[in-house]
Design a protein around this ligand. Structure first.
Ligand code: TRP
Length: 333
């Protein structure tokens, strides 16, 4: 039986962090045996808000690939490839542009949030504004059934599916609708400052590649309960980042429950809770760091993984685009 297809990816604007890990990387590692998995490094999408400094992409493409390998994406079974090298993606994006209205894009909540975050004001680059359409091309060109992503990407999948329905009814049923996969129990992992989202540009991230000392320092600086001044004072759990992280990462929920009760009653200091979290996160990140270290000694190997992955993705792209041109009656000669 044919395996179902996963298409997912990340912008190469920096190293990946714990938010990526709980949001989607874990799912990708878990599912790679059961699905045919394509993972795209979205350098074209990264360019839509980095047009002034394209040179950051080259370095970060390798960093992201290293993070993939470090968390356990197996290049023998998952296909890691580079978005910009698949010209069919830009071609398909151009066809899709005609199937979406400006008003629809303006309603995309993720785009809205990002426009605010990036302080574009009224000077929104067109390329940035239409990136959901390019992302729809990413997903559909590979006929993905499943897209493991963080929660903030849900509007993108919804928009892609709208395009699929429109294309299929206008021309021919070439494309498949995709389902988003976000972790069940997770809202999103807050930053170490307690802000709703962990992000590179927010300066509140724990990177998968942080060394032990950096990780420890970040945990010690984490936002807790600002009114919990003395150990004896009763403390709050809600909005307390350290406990939120323990909920995500602690293997023994009973211990966490006991700590929570103790903390709320008073008599449990922040440093103790933080030390416990530090133990847990070091244990999770240790094997990831070791694998990263191993692969970073052989960057040619990493580059070759991307190259051969891109070749494989190219074959799939060719096949779908022939169907697309035929469905649209653009196969003139
Ligand atoms: N938008 C994603 C991000 O911000 C990256 C991405 C590009 C993607 N194309 C995709 C994710 C297709 C899933 C499917 O990191």
């Amino acid at each position: 039986m044919q395996k179902k297809i996963i298409l997912t990816g990340d912008r190469p604007t920096g190293k990946l962090h714990l938010g990526h890990y709980v949001g989607s990387l874990q799912n990708r590692v878990k599912l790679q045996n059961d699905y045919e998995q394509f993972i795209l490094i979205a350098d074209l999408q990264a360019l839509t808000d980095n047009a002034e400094n394209p040179e950051i992409l080259g370095k970060n493409i390798i960093e992201v690939a290293l993070d993939y390998l470090a968390v356990g994406i197996d290049p023998k079974i998952s296909t890691i490839f580079l978005q910009s090298q698949i010209r069919e993606l830009t071609e398909l994006t151009f066809y899709f542009l005609n199937l979406v209205t400006v008003a629809r894009l303006q309603r995309n909540p993720t785009v809205k949030t990002e426009i605010k975050q990036k302080n574009f004001g009224t000077s929104i680059p067109v390329g940035f504004f239409v990136y959901p359409i390019s992302q729809a091309a990413d997903i559909t060109l590979f006929k993905a059934n499943l897209v493991p992503v963080g929660e903030d990407q849900l509007p993108m999948i919804e928009q892609a599916n709208e395009i699929v329905r429109k294309f299929n009814s206008l021309y021919k049923p070439v494309f498949t609708q995709a389902q988003a996969l976000v972790p069940k129990d997770a809202g999103r992992l807050p930053g170490i400052d307690g802000q709703a989202k962990m992000g590179k540009s927010l300066g509140n991230a724990i990177y998968l590649s942080d060394d032990a000392d950096t990780l420890n320092k970040k945990i010690m600086s984490m936002f807790t309960d600002p009114t919990h001044l003395r150990v004896e004072d009763p403390g709050k759990i809600e909005g307390n980042t350290v406990f939120t992280y323990l909920d995500y990462f602690a293997p023994d929920k009973k211990i966490v429950q006991e700590m929570k009760e103790h903390y709320q009653k008073g008599g449990l200091g922040d440093v103790k809770v933080k030390k416990y979290l530090n133990e847990i996160l070091q244990e999770i990140l240790n094997p990831i760091r070791e694998r990263r270290e191993h692969y970073s000694k052989d960057l040619d190997f990493v580059k070759n993984i991307i190259k051969s992955g891109t070749q494989k993705a190219q074959e799939r792209a060719d096949k779908t685009m022939q169907e697309v041109r035929q469905a649209m009656k653009l196969d003139y000669f």
